[in-house]
Design a protein around this ligand. Sequence first.
Ligand code: SF4
Length: 163
Amino acid sequence: MSLEELNYQIYGCKKCRLWQGAKHGVPGEGPVDAEIMLVGQNPGVEEDEVGRPFVGRAGKYLTRVLAENGLKREDLFITNIVKHKTPKNRKPYADEIAACLPYLMEQINIIKPKKIVLMGVAARQTPRIKGIEYCEVIHPQAASRFPRMGKKFQEQVSMELKK
Ligand code: SF4
């Protein structure tokens, strides 16, 4: 399956309740041969508007911290553990993650990244695949709002991803 075919499935998906409150599915974006994949929690309102991941405040913050560490956002594949926004940006429920996880696993299967960065608690539920390096960092949304978490996030990105 290609990423485009998978995206098409996500746009039309009704496997959990989240599609009902969303304008767009947000499959993720980035090169099909990306070496690094970033996985967040769920799209927010701004992401839902345009169908792209991490375009709001947290996304701008993430893009800046990546750049400070020599990484171009467009070289990475960025997605979330669920592909539709959640009501009031709440954490996805376990049944929503379980329903959506096959899309993330197929993205990993297609892209075959060397490293996967799990951002935030929800993303840590991603099953680990042998041969891929995983690391866990604070979610950029929390990091962009709370200075102490921001400092920790910057240290984590620098340690795990700096070029
Ligand atoms: S969140 Fe995932 S499983 Fe739920 S409707 Fe959207 S694409 Fe389907």
